[in-house]
Design a protein around this ligand. Structure first.
Ligand code: OAD
Length: 241
């Protein structure tokens, strides 16, 4: 099951992607029926798209934000929260997801490297604000009162992911890296497994519905639904700790 070198871990890093929220009813990006089949990412997920048609981009994220009110965390989210609470060591959750299901499942200190649907950012004063309704070009910044100024607090293609300094530190310290529900198409997240192996100590596990693009890079692969597999993996890790 686990790597031969290490049988107990102290610093676990879990990278999650859209697949962990799929069983909650949040659409993934690249599966059959994924969001990028219906929308061209060049139309809604780039700074150029926002400059060209801000109303369309705001509408796209308003719909995603509204959908969060209709979904609940699933057993994969709550299993990771249990690991964080009960594991004798550190557990860092880095997510590419912009939903808040890790937090609502009980997790703490989740690193949202691609931003959060529940926040907007002011392009005039750079403030970041919790935001739960519909945002449009008339919505005034709660701090500087300018409009149009607010944009979704989402990392678009061509922009730098958030929190890369702290992510680099956690990857360097990690002795177990688990990737859950990500297709391995988008960098830098897709490269984290190689980063931790370069340091040399970490065991690596992929948990995904099917082998991802980078599946062969992982020492161990568990394929199936995250909601079935993660609670079992967490039980195993808690027995070891
Ligand atoms: P993808 O949609 O690319 O991949 C989702 C992965 O989850 C696929 O490999 C599925 O097989 C797997 N999956 C689906 N259901 C699952 C389940 N129940 N249990 C386990 N795995 C399941 O989503 P991401 O890899 O997260 O970025 O995409 C990465 C980034 O690309 C996103 O953060 C987003 C997107 O464009 C931005 O918008 C910047």
């Amino acid at each position: 099951m686990f790597g031969d070198k290490v049988t107990s871990y102290k610093n676990i890093v879990v990278l999650t992607g859209a697949g962990i929220s799929a069983e909650s009813g949040v659409r993934t990006f690249r599966d059959n029926g994924g969001l990028w089949e219906e929308h061209r990412l060049e139309d809604v997920a780039t700074p150029e798209a926002f400059a060209r048609d801000p109303d369309m981009v705001q509408r796209f994220y308003n719909q995603r934000r509204a959908q969060l009110n209709t979904v609940e965390p699933n057993p994969a989210h709550t299993a990771l929260a249990r690991l964080q609470a009960e594991f004798d060591g550190t557990v860092t959750i880095i997510t590419q997801n912009v939903d808040d299901l890790h937090e609502r499942g009980g997790a703490e200190d989740v690193i949202h490297m691609h931003g959060e649907l529940g926040k907007v950012r002011c392009r005039a004063c750079a403030g970041v604000f919790a935001f739960h309704g519909d945002c449009d070009q008339d919505t005034k910044c709660p701090a500087c009162a300018r409009a149009p100024a607010l944009r979704p607090h989402i990392v678009w293609f061509g922009e730098m992911p958030f929190h890369m300094d702290v992510i680099a530190d956690r990857l360097e310290a990690c002795d177990l890296f688990i990737s859950v529900g990500t297709s391995g198409n988008v960098y830098p997240a897709a490269g984290f497994v190689t980063n931790v192996q370069a340091v040399g100590r970490a065991h690596t596990i992929e948990v995904n519905l099917e082998p991802s693009e980078g599946a062969s890079l992982f020492a161990e692969r568990r394929h199936g639904k995250a909601g079935d597999l993660l609670p079992l993996l967490v039980d195993e890790l808690l027995r070891l700790s």
